[in-house]
Write a protein that binds this ligand. Structure first.
Ligand code: CTP
Length: 395
């Protein structure tokens, strides 16, 4: 496992030497990259002697002539750990500013990021630093919170580099996570469906597609090959995912069926309309009487149909159940009726979670499993869910 250890200019830079050694003890190859400010505190020679690897200092360093190090190292990295991370480096990472070798390398890499901030408590508490950390957490970076106490300048508060063992353990967590779905193929349904009434109107629902997008991002972070079949949602799906756009439930099922063979996981995150107008009018329904009767007919159940159509070796089927009343009984019934291996119950009753909201709270139901995620961002919930669902394969 290749770890790029980025060291930025904090007094705690000297502790990166212990961190490098501990990571090596865990079996990692450690390549160190120093920012300009870090070089005021520690030298490349220290890290080169310790790790036996070249230490990058400048954005144009090329330890092997003709091979751009920021691309090579970025490609080969299984994790990037920035410890200590200063306010300046965190801000650059959050905004994608490639002003030095470390930040350029971080932009070029798809490896998971661990940051361990260390700075004066006032700098740590500053809104700009906290905003940068929120942005990075939103991209699934693991933040190893600094400890509280007296810092080098004599001030007291939160800002001391976290204990080395916590940073090592966070690194091991992201390394494990990034391989959890390696080599697998994931099919996700996402977003609402729009069932036409006429050429300009439809029956739809409030699903934003954000949970589907989060599931896709999380699966990519965990090493899967991802296809999303999405109804009309404005959410941006990750560029690395294959996205098939559909409008109706019938189109969604037709798009999914050919993708079923070869899928290892099928996750139904779409809010599929259960009914569609029986006879959509071509053109526009004109205003006429005081009332308008609308006859609806049943739509196919996309996930249940896919589960029925699956042949051996069967993929793992995971459904979502949007329950306004914490109805685990309803969810249990859906699990059995739809032929699913697990179902994530989505509490849509509360404010700020579920439909259209950035956060979610899931309860996972599977044979012998009943576990709650607690309130987290949708990406946090998605990672939480995949970590559990990955274990259901081959069970
Ligand atoms: N689902 C589907 N096709 C449908 C309806 C639901 O694929 N026509 C999937 C959803 O993507 C979700 C799961 O089935 O993974 C449960 O969806 P939900 O709307 O909670 O359940 P329904 O079966 O529609 O039951 P009800 O609306 O009565 O609660």
């Amino acid at each position: 496992m290749n770890v790029v250890l980025g060291v930025s200019g904090s007094i705690a830079a000297y502790r990166a030497a212990d961190l490098a050694r501990e990571l090596m003890r865990q079996g990692c190859t450690v390549r160190v990259c120093l920012t300009d400010a870090a070089q005021r505190f520690v030298t490349p020679v220290l890290f080169e002697s310790l790790t036996g690897q070249p230490c990058l200092q400048d954005a144009f360093d090329e330890p092997e002539r003709g091979r751009m190090a920021h691309i090579e190292w970025a490609k080969e990295a299984d994790a990037i750990v920035v410890a200590p991370a200063t306010a300046n480096t965190l801000a650059k990472l959050a905004h994608g500013l490639g002003e030095d070798m470390l930040t350029t390398l971080a932009i070029a890499s798809r490896a998971p990021l661990v940051v361990a901030p260390a700075m004066n408590p006032k700098m740590y508490a500053d809104e700009s630093t906290q905003a940068a950390l929120t942005v990075l957490r939103g991209r699934a970076a693991l933040v190893v919170e600094p400890a509280s106490g007296e810092v080098a300048c004599g001030d007291t508060g939160q800002g001391k580099l976290a204990p080395i063992e916590e940073i090592v353990s966070a690194t091991m967590t992201v390394l494990r996570r990034s391989r959890a779905l390696a080599g697998t193929r994931v099919l996700i349904t996402s977003g609402p469906t729009h069932e036409p009434l006429d050429d300009v109107r439809f029956v739809g629902n409030r699903s934003s597609g954000r949970m589907g997008a989060a599931l896709a991002r999380a699966a990519l972070l965990m090493g899967a090959d991802v296809t999303v079949v999405s109804g009309p949602a404005s959410v941006a799906y990750p560029l690395e995912a294959r996205v098939v756009r559909v409008r109706t439930a019938v189109e969604m099922l037709a798009a999914c069926l050919p993708l079923l063979a070869g899928a290892d996981y099928v996750v139904g995150a779409a809010a599929v309309a259960d009914y569609r107008p029986e006879s959509p009018v071509s053109g526009k329904i004109r205003r006429s009487g005081e009332t308008l009767d609308l006859r609806m007919v049943r739509n196919p159940d996309v996930l249940a149909s896919l589960s029925r159509a699956a042949t051996l070796p069967r993929p793992v089927f995971v459904g979502f159940a949007a329950e306004p009343d914490e109805g685990l009984e309803h969810a249990r019934r859906k699990l059995a009726e739809k032929g699913l291996d697990a179902i994530a119950v989505n509490d849509v009753s509360g404010l700020g979670v579920g439909f259209e909201a950035p956060d979610n709270a899931l309860t996972l139901l599977a044979p012998g499993v009943l576990e709650a995620s607690g309130r987290q961002t949708k990406l946090g919930c998605a990672l939480w869910l995949w970590e559990r669902v990955a274990g259901l394969r081959g069970r």
